[in-house]
Design a protein around this ligand. Structure first.
Ligand SMILES: Cc1ncc(COP(=O)(O)O)c(C=O)c1O
Length: 418
């Protein structure tokens, strides 16, 4: 096989557009192993993954405790008969009830963030017997039909219309806009407590609380999508805790799998999930949950992921390391305002807004050539995200800051002419 035959095959058998993009970016060696905050390509080059595997790698790649738990579980049982109950999903649901705020208690397990949101949307309809949904511009909740219907970017929605009817989008962070549309037809309001793909948007203080009050008045459910902001990344287990607000349904995925397994969960309050008593099989999936629970392998790994977060004080680490990264990025912004116009976020969920169209792509490509992976933002192309593993060492953050400065200086040379 020639050195880049894999790229031809990627184009031939998986996705020609993506193969072209890798070619264009000069990515000519695939990723073959990873550890902690680092990934290594086939040539042995080391990259710092500031994108944390698109937000999955809160624990870093192949955390030893999580790998050990997965291996031990594989010697016992991986997937269940589904005819008898298994213990691991019960263990995980209890842990989720303990770490989620307020009276969130019942867990439905699934395989992805989109599926967790699908479940929340369906459960809200069951609970309210209403049809309407309200979500926010810039939102990203996944690409299945329901989750896509409440997402905020037409580019991904237009080819698939008609989507779910009865969806209204309002500007994110504007409580009065929300108040104006939520009424007795509304089954649920779905919001990210910090928008990720919208460009790392932290809403004004009081917004989440106002959303809670607006939903309560209208008898509508409140869904917080913590698929990206959840699991310690922002300095609390869940970003809604910054305002002390509990939703009726909280969805989580990405980091729940400890960087090893795909898993999602929709956690609901007893009142919101009251339908389970009468309709225990109303929403199920073979590899996910419903009925008895979830799969032993994925849920055992997720239990260990939660225990590691607690034992290694991931919330404290996210706050401390986030402050170091943020201050460093703010210094670079002050030096190169023609490249970086804003640095925002909480903990280790940070966004760099670039000064104009085109600059984000240039900065990302300069970083890539210097072996730092930053993340593109699906619904806001001017923003690069830095959502690295919480286990990243402070020295690595300092190394990254030196690299970002170098890359910004390079981009500054041409940014003025754009
Ligand atoms: C906030 C949020 N919700 C939902 C999703 C969809 O998750 P998945 O890609 O696992 O379906 C994402 C993915 O990035 C996300 O960031």
């Amino acid at each position: 096989m020639g050195e880049t035959a894999w790229l031809d095959d990627l184009g031939r058998y998986i996705n020609p557009g993506i193969a072209r993009a890798y070619s264009f970016l000069g990515v000519l060696s695939p990723e073959v192993r990873a550890q902690g905050a680092f990934v290594y390509d086939a040539q042995g080059d080391r990259y710092v993954d500031m994108g944390g595997g698109y937000g999955v790698m809160v624990h870093g790649y192949l955390h030893p405790r999580i790998v050990a738990r997965a291996k031990a579980q594989l010697d016992k049982i991986a997937l269940p008969s589904r005819s008898l109950p298994v213990l691991e999903p019960i263990e995980l649901a209890r842990r989720l009830a303990e770490i989620t705020p307020g009276d969130l208690q019942y867990s439905f397990f699934c395989n992805s963030g989109a599926e967790a949101n699908e479940a929340a949307l369906k459960f809200a309809r069951l609970r309210t017997r209403r049809a309407g949904f309200v979500s926010a511009h810039g939102a990203f909740h996944g690409k299945t039909f329901g989750a896509l219907s409440v997402s905020g970017r037409d580019l991904y929605k237009d080819p698939f219309r008609p989507l779910l009817q009865d969806v209204q989008l309002v500007p994110y962070g504007d409580a009065e806009a929300l108040r104006a549309v939520v009424d007795e037809q509304t089954a649920a309001v779905i919001l990210e407590p910090i928008q990720g793909e919208g460009g790392v948007i932290v809403p004004p203080q009081g917004y989440l609380r106002a959303a809670r009050e607006i939903c309560d008045r209208a008898g509508a459910m409140l869904i917080f999508d913590e698929v990206q902001s959840g699991m310690a990344r922002t300095g609390h287990y869940f970003a809604c805790e910054h305002e002390g607000v509990t939703p009726d349904f909280l969805t989580v995925s990405k980091a729940l799998g400890g960087g090893i397994m795909p898993i999602g969960a929709c956690v609901g309050t007893p009142s919101a999930m009251g339908f389970l008593d009468e309709m225990p099989l109303i929403h199920t999936s073979t590899f996910g949950g419903g009925g008895g629970g979830g799969a032993p392998l994925t849920t055992a790994v997720a239990c260990e992921a939660i225990d590691v977060m607690r034992d290694e004080d991931f919330c404290g680490q996210a706050r401390e390391k986030g402050a170091i990264l943020r201050e460093g990025l703010l210094r670079i912004q002050a030096e190169f305002p023609e490249v970086i116009s804003d640095v925002r976020g909480r903990g280790l969920m940070l966004g760099l807004e670039t000064a104009r169209e085109g600059v984000g792509g240039m900065l990302m490509s300069e970083l890539l050539h210097r072996k730092v992976l930053a993340l593109w933002t699906l619904n806001n192309e001017r923003v690069l995200r830095m959502i690295p593993p919480i286990v990243i060492a402070v020295e690595t953050i300092e190394e990254v800051l030196r690299t970002v400065r170098e890359a910004a200086a390079e981009v500054a040379l041409v940014a003025a002419d754009l």
